[in-house]
Ligand binder design. Structure first.
Ligand code: TEU
Length: 544
């Protein structure tokens, strides 16, 4: 049992550095830009920053293609800036976790370059090769579209890449490669970082010839080995990005004995809106299904593991656009989503701009898109006869660039993100939605998040309380309790834009004499007898 699982009480804020804050006028965010905004993050009250990749990279996939794990991409600054960020953040009680991208490297990494140049080099086996027998080794697809194999003509062999061809997969079955990764992780831990977010870590146990990608047979062996070789004794936060996580393996990943990771990101709730498993085609949210996924994970991991809580990240549409209403009820629904999520058991993650209720940008012109996944999607869709309008519609709704538009700090040019044209267009709604406005308005989404973050620190029931779903079959209600000894949290949400009357008799044991409203997105709670009259997206968190 770990001595101090501080991360159970923490709130994490994800920074996508290219789009956070530019201090040099390059049009791209940088490390000094993050340092400049640490006071903003302190005010919000977060404990940890998850920093998306800032390592040296040709940026084919915005830094998720690393060419040197030991250096900082000059576009973000220097290693001195990084050290300064870790130190300055620490002085403000903010920890930093790094993005660990070790399923693959960049094709510009020296290991891969040497593997290409010399077939007999020990680095050849750091990657996954199959001899060219006149056809692709098999029909495995890349997650970014097209085959997962690219032919190297010089050595007449295919290398494997589950993402772009510029991101060759590492061969985790090579023990020397694994040791090199652990060495690098220890080097970063020695710098004083507080853990890692592990990119697609559920893919490292792959068995290419059997077309097994996630949850391979050696996956947990490798994670346990990594744990022992690196962070086991360090009391850090580790979170694995696992699209293949399920309730059977999540308890392993986040085993309370500390043998693997602190927690994983699972994506079952996200995928509920994918039509027939295709992320580019969405179906409306089925609230009942959403409730049952949340409930299963809350109950399933209670005492047996630990949940991460998130609705958005740099790969997903903006949470208020995907889960709420980014039009008339933007503020109400963003607050409802925040309360609904932060009342659950687990470690909450906030994606930059979510605390402002930033929305999807939905670029209308093709040349506004920057994301390799979206661009590949468009090209492939078009080559398969999909119309321009239809492909564009998918990108506008789902494309990752929605989350990657610059942080909206003020109503000045470029949203105060930069003094120059940003690398990706700013969402034109920055004149209305920005941090300056949000900080000045007591009733803003920002202040709502601030309250929720502070509450988690104040009441143990947020961390330890037992979860129970209420009104399971009542649409559009999303309600639950969390109980710990003599304290109960009650979270009630009207997940819709129409009023709803809720009869709480026999279901909700509200002690009307002794309850305290902790957060609410309307001024008054309309409770008459056993009947609660809820307005559109009304959301309340009660402590009794
Ligand atoms: O993402 C993994 C992943 O499979 C998806 O998030 C992917 O981006 C896609 O949207 C699914 O259809 C991680 C990173 O978070 C992402 O930014 C990287 O592009 C990817 O790995 C490769 O490193």
């Amino acid at each position: 049992m770990k001595m101090n699982n501080w991360w159970k009480e923490a709130c994490v804020y994800q920074i996508y550095p290219a789009s956070f804050n530019d201090t040099t006028g390059s049009g791209k965010g940088d490390l000094q830009g993050i340092i400049e905004k640490l006071d903003y993050l302190s005010l919000l009250g977060i404990d940890v920053i998850w920093l998306s990749p800032v390592y040296a990279s040709p940026m084919a996939d915005n830094g998720y293609d690393i060419s040197d794990y030991y250096s900082i991409n000059p576009m973000f600054g220097t290693m001195e800036d990084m050290d300064q960020l870790i130190k300055t953040a620490k002085n403000k009680n903010i920890k930093i976790i790094m993005d660990l991208v070790v399923n693959h490297t960049s094709d510009q990494h020296p290991w891969f370059k040497e593997a290409l140049a010399d077939k007999t080099s020990p680095y050849r086996d750091y990657y996954i090769w199959r001899e060219n027998k006149g056809a692709l080794p098999n029909d495995l697809d890349s997650i970014f579209g097209g085959p997962a194999w690219t032919l190297d003509e010089k050595t007449n062999a295919y290398y494997m890449h589950l993402f772009a061809k510029e991101q060759p997969d590492l061969n985790w079955d090579n023990p020397q490669m694994r040791q090199d990764v652990y060495k690098m992780m220890n080097w970063w831990l020695d710098k004083g970082i507080a853990g890692f977010r592990m990119d697609v870590i559920d893919l490292i146990g792959k068995v290419p010839d059997e077309k097994v990608t996630d949850n391979g047979p050696k996956l947990h062996t490798y994670i346990q080995e990594m744990n022992q070789a690196t962070f086991n004794s360090k009391n850090v936060l580790t979170v694995g990005e696992c699209w293949g996580a399920n309730l059977d393996n999540a308890g392993l990943y986040s085993n309370p004995d500390g043998s693997e990771l602190s927690m994983v990101f699972q994506f079952h709730h996200i995928k509920l809106r994918w039509k027939d498993g295709n992320k580019w085609d969405t179906v409306p949210l089925n609230l009942k299904e959403f409730k049952s996924v949340i409930s299963e994970w809350q109950v399933g991991l209670q005492g047996k593991g630990w949940n991460s809580l998130f609705l958005g990240n740099h790969d997903l549409p903006r949470s208020v656009s995907y889960w709420g209403d980014d039009g008339h009820y933007r503020k109400k629904s963003a607050k409802m989503l925040a309360t609904l999520l932060h009342g659950l058991q687990g470690t909450p993650f906030i994606y930059q701009g979510e605390e402002l209720g930033m929305t999807n940008v939905g670029f209308e012109k093709l040349d506004q898109y920057r994301d390799i996944e979206s661009i590949n999607f468009y090209d492939i869709a078009r080559s398969q006869g999909v119309s321009h309008a239809s492909a564009l519609k998918s990108m506008q709704k789902i494309g990752r660039d929605n989350a990657r538009t610059p942080m909206q700090w003020t109503d000045e040019n470029y949203g105060g993100f930069s003094t120059n044209t940003p690398w990706i267009d700013v969402n034109p709604n920055y004149t209305l939605i920005n941090a300056k406005e949000s900080m000045a308005d007591d009733d803003s989404i920002f202040h709502h998040y601030k309250k929720l973050i502070a509450l988690r620190k104040k009441h143990k029931v947020f961390v330890e309380g037992q979860f129970k779903m209420l009104f399971e079959n009542e649409d559009p209600i999303f309600a639950y309790t969390r109980s710990l000894k003599d304290q109960t949290l009650v979270c009630i949400n009207n997940y819709s834009n129409v009023e709803h009357t809720l009869n709480i008799k026999d279901v909700l044991p509200i002690d009307k004499k002794a309850f305290q409203v902790l957060v609410h997105n309307y001024d008054t709670l309309n409770l008459q007898g056993d009947v609660l009259n809820l307005q559109a997206y009304e959301s309340v968190l009660i402590l009794m």
